[in-house]
Design a protein around this ligand. Structure first.
Ligand code: 3PG
Ligand code: MG
Length: 390
C-alpha cells in the first residue's frame, strides 16, 4: 500500500484535474450539519488550485435513488467555498456535453463542483458511458475519497481506469494510518465496535477477530449478542434472525476475545427524556430497552483500552445524541483519548462523538471513512485504491 501514486508526482499547472472527494456529509434543513469531511478534503483541493490546476470536484451525497432536490450539492459547494476562500462554480449535472462545455469555458483558476454523482443511474453500476463522461472533463484524476474507496463506482473506479490517476493527500494519509493497524499492529490491538445493527457488523467482526487481541462491543448491536448468550434483552434492539449466526461466532475459535457489557442503561421508551436506570446486562427488565452501556462496563472497557498499544474504534456505545445515554460513548472516547498507544477512530457517529467532546486532537488519527476503514482493516482490497495508477 506504500506504493500509491501521489499528487506530488503530478504537474498540474494549466491542466484540468477531476477530484473525487467524499463530501457525503450530514445535512440539516438543507444546510451542512457537520463539515468534517469537507475540511478533511480541503488540503488536496487547495493544493491543486494553488498549483494552477482547474479543479473539478465531485462526490456523492446520501443515498438517492435518482435526482432528489433534498440532496443537491449546493450547500456542500457553498461550504467548500467558505472554507477554501475561493468561489466554487456549482454545476447542476454530473457529466454530459453541457458539463464538458461549462468546464472548458470556466477560467483556469476555477474550482467547479459537479452535481451529486448518485443522481446518475450509472454511478453505482460503474457504467462505461458515465465513466467516459467524467473522464472527458479532465486531463488527470485524483481520488481523495477514502470514505468511498470500498465502492466500485463510475466516479471512483471507472474514471480511474480512463485517466492518469493518483491518490490525493487525504486518501494517502488514511491508507498510511490504517496500514499500521492492518500490517503489523503494536500489541495488544483492541477494537471497539458499536452502532445499531449487528447485521451491518457481523462480517467485520468475523474478519477482524483473528487479527485483534480484544474486541469490545457496545451499542444497539450488543443486544443480539447478549440474546445469543441466552439473556433476556427486554425491548432492546434485537435482530432475531441473526441470533444463531451470532451465537456460532461467540463460540468460534476467537469468540472469547469478544467482551460484552456487564451492565446497561435501560429506558422505558425511546426518548431523550425517558425515565432510565442502570441494570445488569444479564437482567434487563421486560418492557425496558438498553440505550447505553453502564458505568461498570465503561470501567472495564477503559481498563482494557488502558493496556492497548493499538486501538481502532468504530460506532457509538449508545444513543449519545441524548445526554442521558451519552456516558458510555463519552467514557470510551475518553479512554481512547487517554491511551498512549496508536489510536484510530472511524465512522461518522464515533467521529461526531469525539468532536462533540473536544477530544479529536487526543487520538492518533480521525478517519474520514466508515465502512471503507472497516473493510480495509478486514484485509479487503478497496477497489477505489486498487484502480489508481494504471
Ligand atoms: C460513507 O458515508 O460511509 C461513505 O460516504 C459511503 O457512503 P455509502 O455507504 O452510501 O456508499
Ligand atoms: Mg456508511
Amino acid at each position: 500500500m506504500t506504493d500509491l501514486p501521489t499528487l506530488d508526482s503530478l504537474d498540474v499547472a494549466g491542466r484540468t484535474v477531476l477530484v473525487r472527494a467524499d463530501l457525503n456529509v450530514p445535512l440539516d434543513h438543507g444546510a451542512v450539519a457537520d463539515d468534517f469531511r469537507i475540511v478533511a478534503s480541503l488540503p488536496t483541493i487547495t493544493k491543486l488550485h494553488e498549483r494552477g490546476a482547474k479543479v473539478v470536484v465531485c462526490s456523492h451525497l446520501g443515498r438517492p435513488k435518482g435526482p432528489d432536490p433534498a440532496l443537491v450539492m449546493d450547500p456542500v459547494a457553498r461550504r467548500l467555498g467558505e472554507l477554501g476562500g475561493f468561489p466554487v462554480i456549482k454545476l447542476d449535472a454530473v457529466a454530459g456535453p453541457e458539463v464538458t462545455a461549462a468546464v472548458k469555458a470556466a477560467p483556469q483558476d476555477a474550482v467547479i463542483m459537479l452535481e451529486n454523482t448518485r443522481f446518475e443511474p450509472g454511478e453505482k453500476a460503474n457504467d462505461p458511458a458515465l465513466a467516459d463522461g467524467l473522464a472527458a472533463l479532465a486531463d488527470v484524476f485524483v481520488n481523495d475519497a477514502f470514505g468511498s474507496a470500498h465502492r466500485a463506482h463510475a466516479s471512483t473506479v471507472g474514471v480511474a481506469e480512463r485517466l492518469p490517476s493518483v491518490a490525493g493527500d487525504l486518501l494517502r494519509a488514511e491508507v498510511e494510518a490504517l496500514s499500521r493497524l492492518l500490517e503489523d499492529p503494536a500489541r495488544p490491538y483492541v477494537v471497539v465496535l458499536g452502532g445499531a445493527k449487528i447485521s451491518d457488523k457481523l462480517g467485520v467482526m468475523r474478519q477482524l477477530l483473528p487479527r485483534v487481541d480484544m474486541m469490545l462491543v457496545g451499542g444497539g448491536m450488543c443486544f443480539t449478542l447478549l440474546a445469543a448468550k441466552g439473556y433476556e434483552v427486554g425491548a432492546s434492539l434485537l435482530e432475531e434472525s441473526m441470533i444463531i449466526e451470532v451465537g456460532s461466532l461467540l463460540v468460534s475459535e476467537h469468540g472469547d476475545k469478544i467482551l460484552l457489557p456487564t451492565d446497561v442503561v435501560v429506558a422505558e421508551r425511546f426518548a431523550a427524556d425517558a425515565p432510565h436506570r442502570v441494570v445488569a446486562a444479564t437482567q434487563i427488565p421486560e418492557g425496558t430497552m438498553g440505550l447505553d452501556i453502564g458505568p461498570e462496563t465503561v470501567t472495564r472497557f477503559s481498563e482494557v483500552l488502558g493496556t492497548a498499544a493499538s486501538v481502532f474504534w468504530n460506532g457509538p456505545m449508545g444513543v449519545f445524541e441524548w445526554e442521558a445515554f451519552r456516558a458510555g460513548t463519552a467514557g470510551v472516547a475518553r479512554a481512547v483519548a487517554d491511551s498512549s498507544g496508536f489510536t484510530v477512530i472511524g465512522g461518522g457517529d464515533s467521529v461526531a462523538a469525539i468532536r462533540m467532546l473536544g477530544l479529536e486532537n487526543e487520538v492518533s488519527h480521525v478517519s474520514s471513512g466508515g465502512g471503507a476503514g472497516l473493510e480495509m482493516l478486514e484485509g479487503k482490497t478497496l477497489p477505489g485504491i486498487a484502480a489508481l495508477g494504471r
